[in-house]
Unconditional design. Structure first.
Lengths: 291, 291
């Protein structure tokens, strides 16, 4: 049923859309080294304890040749490997046909339509694409840890505005309280989203599964908040708009190339030979060449 | 001369293209906390000592509201603030019109055409877009530090293949030799690029400016290698192709929306109202609606 079209889109996907829309979409992001994998593992365990089925999509910044090794490293997956209530899929960000927002939307939609109660998307929160992806979730968690220096501050600033919930992991390390206070100060500066949601800052120790039950309580509270405030619909609209624009860009570009001589190959050949610059090449495909 | 067109493209840019193509484009990437900013500062100093003028483009994963604060944090810029041989520009990755590859290409081209001998692009090497950007440079440096855990390993794997040179920063910390050995082992697994370039792994202490002169020697050697092996042309072709595809996608999508009723607003309204899904919305814009 699901087949990749010329543009890489899953053409069968739209038949699944009526079945999707029931899952709670959780996004978890944060800088490298913050212990996201362990946190995700513990959250999955707690959700299972509450009889929720869970689909996990881990966005890997992996290269084609190293992808296997990274997957092999994901020891946490072994915990849930024999549990049919859990489905885990890693998506590489390299070599994907179609943008990350669209491909992760498609993976999310499939798991949602299959009936998973919760679909959890994990990314390393640094790149723009990756931040966008978790932003498309219903409830986004930003994970920090103590003592990662100024560079981390910059990143935290970048993803601060997308967080519905902030977790300070490894809360037993020195400096955890300071990170929580810095987060509180930064959140204070954040323009109000007008959503009447008091963004929680929660200290946890994922390794020891401490604080995970409170975190899942927060997820359930945020979900209820979104349902009563119209936030679920608002987030779905944003997701749909984003996918629409990505898909439109890909399909129109493919059509434009298809419409010109040799599928655009002569233009690309001239570009490769350095006879024309990229701007002129685009003009030529669009039949708008300037002098 | 440089004006933003409807699609955000710098329409005057093509007039600069004939003047560009002389600068050595350096990409520096690595995970957060690796000390990239300090390293860039020291490399700029060493290049200046060698009488090279330098343009720096720092890709900030910053949000619009926090951008100012992050720029303020860039103390390193103060070192070179009064040096007319150095130009530094931070680019936010959020809220940009046009893809990151195209906008950074444009910024690079401007600095190149202005006559800077070296244009240095710094990104946090985690997101796909950010890796792509440094990959478009002539010489890409991947920065690591000791003791950042498994999460870093995954990232290193993601950016391993784009490195022309590997730097282990903070080489005075325990574990530096181990990181260098791990990198050597991973590079050994890397498929040969067929470029006959022995990828160096260099231990430095950017804070104390130790190893920076060797690093800049490597840059000069790699530049000479590219010039003699045809690599400069090959990299320029890849950069041009990438920009061509990004620009084509944006312009064709804008044209398609422009061509339908109300600039696509009725379709977007139906999408926002949940009457149609994103796939149907794209079909409708393209006049290809299915039943």
């Amino acid at each position: 049923m699901l087949e990749e079209g010329e543009d890489g889109a899953l053409t069968g996907l739209r038949t699944l859309l009526p079945d999707a829309g029931r899952a709670h979409l959780l996004g978890i992001t944060g800088p490298p080294g913050a212990g996201k994998s362990t946190l995700v593992d513990r959250v999955v365990s707690e959700l299972r304890r509450r009889n929720k089925t869970v689909g996990v999509i881990a966005i890997d910044p992996s290269s084609p040749f190293s992808g296997g090794a990274i997957l092999g490293d994901r020891v946490r997956m072994q915990t849930h490997a024999t549990d049919t209530g859990v489905f885990i899929r890693s998506m590489a960000t390299r070599g994907q046909l179609g943008g990350l927002a669209r491909t992760s939307f498609e993976a999310t939609t499939v798991l949602d339509a299959m009936g998973y109660d919760v679909v959890l998307i994990e990314t390393v929160g640094v790149g723009q694409d990756e931040v966008d992806v978790v932003e498309l979730a219903h409830t986004t968690t930003v994970v920090s840890i103590p003592g990662m220096g100024d560079d981390i501050q910059a990143i935290k600033a970048g993803i601060l505005e997308v967080g519905d919930c902030f977790v300070v992991n490894k809360a037993d390390l020195p400096g955890a309280e300071r990170v929580a206070m810095q987060l509180a100060a930064m959140l204070h500066l954040r323009e109000s989203s007008g959503e009447n949601w008091e963004t929680p800052i929660l200290k946890v120790e994922a390794e020891k599964a401490r604080g995970i039950d409170q975190l899942v309580d927060i997820y359930e509270a945020h979900r209820a908040h979104l349902a009563s405030s119209g936030g679920l619909v608002r987030k779905a609209v944003r997701r749909n708009e984003r996918v629409f624009h990505e898909l439109l860009r890909e399909r129109t570009a493919a059509q434009a190339l298809h419409a010109v001589e040799g599928g655009g190959e002569p233009v690309l050949a001239a570009l490769r030979a350095g006879e024309i610059d990229p701007y002129t090449a685009v003009d030529r495909v669009l039949g708008e060449e300037h002098d």
